[in-house]
Design a protein around this ligand. Structure first.
Ligand SMILES: [Zn+2]
Ligand SMILES: [Zn+2]
Length: 438
């Protein structure tokens, strides 16, 4: 039971001081974010014009390190290959929280026609490809740089320590085959290199821009918020022969057809769908050269997504036997390569609840709770497995536009509105301030 206040006037005085200090806090945040905003937009345009693929973010990382150092923030480079970690010690004792931005772009040819559209190409496994910031990671990097500057300028008011995680390769590495299980990239590589260890991070936050949602609006959800993602490649080997006499060989095409259908039953017959959802999609299937030749082999690739760890685990556990047994029942063999990309991204429920105030301060009256988890995946999930995490979404389509017509993230026409950046910067700053005073 709560005790009665010993002295009413003393309590009132306390309340007055608290609300005055809160008002003062929001005043300096607002003013500081407004002051840094032109610079954030400038950084964003510069990074957008010079996009770099996963593990190739050399120019972007150099810009990040230079700007963090200019703000007097301690910097570690080469973390998780091309990642940058900044550490800012506040003027008052308090918790250690991490803010994360990803820096990588995608092998997409930009069609936006923006003045600051991508000017460059990149190398992916030795091949020259177009490169574009088609997922808005340019805005993430610029917003976190803006937040770092604001927090550093007000370090005396900050309780605790802020760790800035600028990670590479969220979309995968451009210097490794997608099915090379020995290569570790992105968030996993950052964690391996101690990004959460010194100082020891106790909570982690991330913001992702989303097209089709209005500028300046923030979206959150407690618990599972993004799907897991596991990629697979199946090579079915048979024995090549003439199409007129299939009994003289073994047909990997018929076996592959059964495997494609069989995989669907891992969700529809074997998963407890009261817990959540799962999807298995075969996205490529290649085999054969002529209409009258049964080929030697077929190669297919696909993706597995789920919003529940049990459903994901069940599929991953049952898939090898199903693929192998179907293949052998058609006198073929199958090699299955399964590459985990990200677990389900789960927002810590208590942390989410505690941070709604921070979101409201960043976007007053423009904060919405998502009714369901979203289908994409994010390697932020790995940080959130280590420490309580909160990953939120920031609308990036101008309010007057038709949201249903906005080009999606990863489209060559994807754009993120500059006018939303200030809200993202504020959200980062408020996470730090509100976590310390929660
Ligand atoms: Zn993406
Ligand atoms: Zn992304």
């Amino acid at each position: 039971m709560r005790k009665k206040p010993a002295c009413l006037s003393f309590t009132l005085l306390g309340l007055l001081i608290a609300s005055a200090s809160q008002a003062a806090e929001s005043d300096w945040v607002e003013a500081a974010v407004t002051a840094v905003n032109p610079q954030v937009i400038e950084w964003r345009h510069d990074i957008h014009q010079h996009p770099e693929l996963g593990n190739m973010e050399v120019r972007t990382a150099a810009l990040v390190a230079e700007q963090l150092r200019a703000s007097g923030i301690e910097v570690r480079t080469g973390v998780g290959k091309t990642g940058v970690v900044g550490v800012l010690k506040g003027g008052k004792p308090g918790p250690v929280v991490a803010l994360r931005a990803d820096m990588d772009a995608l092998p997409v040819k930009e069609m936006t026609g923006l003045q600051f559209a991508s000017k460059v190409q990149g190398l992916r496994l030795g091949k020259t490809v177009p490169v574009m910031h088609a997922c808005g990671h340019d805005t993430h990097t610029a917003m976190l740089l803006g937040a770092a500057k604001v927090l550093a300028e007000h370090r005396e008011q900050i309780a605790g320590t802020v760790v800035f995680l600028f990670q590479p390769a969220e979309e995968g590495a451009a210097d490794a085959d997608d099915f090379d299980t020995s290569s570790v990239a992105g968030a996993r590589a950052m964690i391996r290199d101690g990004a959460l260890d010194s100082p020891k991070v106790e909570a982690v936050f991330g913001v992702h821009v989303m097209a089709g949602y209005p500028t300046g609006h923030l979206y959150y959800k407690a618990g599972p918020v993004l799907n897991s993602d596991d990629e697979f490649r199946i090579t079915v080997s048979g024995r090549q022969t003439h199409g007129s006499a299939p009994w003289t060989g073994s047909d990997p095409i018929v076996a592959s057809a059964q495997i494609v259908n069989g995989l669907q039953t891992l969700v529809s017959r074997r998963s407890d769908l009261t817990k959540g959802m799962g999807v298995i999609s075969v996205g490529s299937i290649n085999g054969g050269t002529a209409s009258n030749i049964i080929p030697e082999s077929v190669v297919m690739t696909g993706t597995i997504r789920s919003n529940h760890p049990d459903i994901r685990a069940g599929i991953l556990e049952q898939m090898p036997a199903m693929v192998g047994n179907i293949a052998s029942s058609y006198a073929t063999t199958a090699k299955l390569q399964l590459v985990p990309y990200a677990p389900v991204t789960v927002n810590d429920p208590a942390l989410t609840q505690a941070m709604v105030t921070a979101l409201e301060k960043a976007a007053p009256g423009k904060v919405e709770r998502l009714p369901a988890s979203l289908s994409p995946s994010e390697d932020f999930a790995f940080y959130a497995q280590k420490v309580p995490g909160l990953f939120v979404f920031l609308g990036a389509t101008p309010e007057g536009e038709d949201m249903s017509k906005a080009a999606n993230n990863h489209s060559p026409y994807f754009t993120a509105d500059d006018a939303t950046l200030a809200t993202g910067v504020k959200a980062h700053v408020q996470f730090v301030l509100n976590y310390a005073s929660r």
